[in-house]
Ligand binder design. Structure first.
Ligand code: SF4
Ligand code: SF4
Length: 374
C-alpha cells in the first residue's frame, strides 16, 4: 500500500468509502454484515487505514456498521471520517444533537476527520451564515476539544461556491473532498477546483474516482485503446493511475462493494504509475465521447425524498443504455415504478450533486415508452 503524509499522519493513499456496502436483497438500508466484515478485515490487513462514512449513507446505517467493524481494532490503528448532513435547514439548526448522535452511532470518542457534507448552492447559505446557525463555530469548538482532529468540506458544487466557502473558513479547513476523475475533469469543472486548491495549498481528497462504477467498464473500442497502451492494467485501474498524476491528491476514496473490487484496488495502490501525456490524451478523447450520457453516480441522495418512490438511479442507468427498442428494459416494472409515475415535483433535483434534470429525463422516458407501446 502506498501512503501519503498529512500533518502528523501517514494515510493510506486508498481509503474505504462506505456508501456502497453489499446489502441483503435490494434493501439499501440492510447492510450485509458478513460480507462487509470480510471487506473491512481485508482492507485493514492490506494497509488501508482510512474509513469514510457519513450520517446518511445506507439510510443512516453506514455509521453504525463502521463503528461495529472498527471496534475489532485499536482506536489508534485507523482513521475514521464522517460528515455533517447539511441537507436540510433543520439539520443545520440541530447540529449539536446530530454530532453527538454520530459519535454514538460510530461508537467513538472522536472523529479523525470531519467534513461539512456536500456543500452546494442550496446549503451554502446555511453553512456560511455562522451568526444565525453557528455550525462552523460549533465544529471548531469540537476540534479544539479534540473531538474532531481535522476539519474539511466535501463538495460537488460550482467553483464559486467552493471559493466563497474557502474565503470565509479557509483558515480552519484542512482538506477538501471533491469529485475528481477523468470524466469530471471538464464535466464538473474539477480542473478549476484542483487549481484553486493547489493555489491555496489545501490537500485534495477524491471521491467518485470511478464515478460510481461508470469508468470501470467502457465501450469495447475505448477499452481496446487503453489495453493497447497498458496491457497489464485493468480498466478501473486507469481511473486510479489518472489520479496519481494530479498534484495535491492525498486521499482517494473508493466505495468498494465486493472482494473483487477491493483486491483489484489494493493491488493498483501497491505501485505508483502515473499516466504519461499520451495516456492522458487518450482518456480525454474517450471522455469527450462519453459526455452525452447522463452523469448519474448512483449515490441515491435523490431516492429518499421521491414521493413516487422511484428507483431513480436504476431508471437513469436504463436511460443511458439508450435501449429504446427494449423500452429501456422497464416494461416489466409495476406501473407505479415506471418513469410515468413521476409527478414532476423536482424534489430529487434539489439534492442531486450532479445537477441532473431528473424530472425531464423521467418525462422523456415516459413519452418514449408510451410511443413505443402505442
Ligand atoms: S421529480 Fe419525479 S423522480 Fe423527482 S422526486 Fe419528484 S416524483 Fe420523484
Ligand atoms: S440522480 Fe443524482 S442524486 Fe440521484 S443517484 Fe444519480 S447522481 Fe445521485
Amino acid at each position: 500500500m502506498l501512503y501519503n503524509t498529512f500533518k502528523d499522519k501517514k494515510l493510506s493513499a486508498l481509503g474505504l468509502g462506505t456508501m456502497r456496502f453489499p446489502v441483503v436483497g435490494d434493501d439499501y438500508a440492510n447492510i450485509d454484515l458478513e460480507k462487509t466484515k470480510e471487506i473491512f478485515d481485508y482492507a485493514i490487513e492490506n494497509g488501508i487505514n482510512y474509513f469514510d462514512t457519513a450520517f446518511g449513507y445506507h439510510n443512516g446505517n453506514s455509521e453504525i456498521v463502521c463503528g461495529q467493524m472498527l471496534k475489532n481494532y485499536p482506536r489508534d490503528s485507523f482513521y475514521l471520517a464522517s460528515k455533517f448532513p447539511g441537507f436540510s435547514e433543520e439539520n443545520v439548526i440541530n447540529h449539536e444533537e446530530i454530532f453527538e448522535k454520530q459519535l454514538k452511532k460510530c461508537d467513538v470518542e472522536y472523529f479523525d476527520f470531519y467534513l461539512f457534507h456536500n456543500l452546494f448552492s442550496r446549503n451554502a447559505p446555511w453553512y456560511l451564515d455562522d451568526e444565525k446557525y453557528g455550525l462552523y463555530t460549533y465544529l471548531c469548538k469540537q476540534r479544539d476539544a479534540g473531538r474532531i482532529k481535522h476539519l474539511g468540506v466535501s463538495c460537488h458544487c460550482d467553483l464559486e461556491t467552493l471559493r466563497a466557502f474557502l474565503d470565509k473558513y479557509g483558515k480552519d479547513i484542512e482538506f477538501v473532498q471533491i469529485q475528481l476523475n477523468w470524466l469530471d475533469w471538464t464535466l464538473q469543472d474539477a480542473k478549476a477546483k484542483v487549481e484553486l486548491l493547489n493555489e491555496r495549498n489545501i490537500p485534495i481528497w477524491v471521491m467518485e474516482p470511478v464515478r460510481g462504477g461508470k469508468l470501470a467498464s467502457l465501450a469495447q473500442g475505448d477499452e481496446e485503446a487503453l489495453k493497447a497502451l497498458r496491457p497489464e492494467e485493468g480498466i478501473p485501474a486507469w481511473a486510479f493511475r489518472y489520479l496519481q498524476s494530479i498534484k495535491g491528491v492525498t486521499m482517494v476514496l473508493s466505495g468498494m462493494s465486493n472482494m473483487q473490487q477491493i483486491t483489484d484496488n489494493i493491488n493498483t495502490f501497491s505501485s505508483f504509475k502515473p499516466l504519461s501525456e499520451e495516456e492522458n490524451a487518450t482518456l480525454a478523447k474517450i471522455a469527450e465521447g462519453m459526455l452525452n450520457s447522463v452523469p448519474c453516480t448512483a449515490c441515491r441522495y435523490c431516492t429518499e425524498g421521491c414521493p413516487a418512490s422511484l428507483d431513480i438511479p436504476e431508471l437513469i442507468k436504463a436511460y443511458n443504455r439508450k435501449d429504446y427498442e427494449g423500452l429501456y428494459g422497464v416494461k416489466k416494472l409495476e406501473e407505479d415504478k415506471k418513469p410515468s409515475a413521476c409527478i414532476g415535483c423536482r424534489a430529487c433535483e434539489a439534492v442531486c450533486p450532479q445537477n441532473i434534470k431528473i424530472a425531464d429525463i423521467m418525462s422523456e422516458m415516459a413519452e418514449l415508452i408510451k410511443e413505443k407501446e402505442e
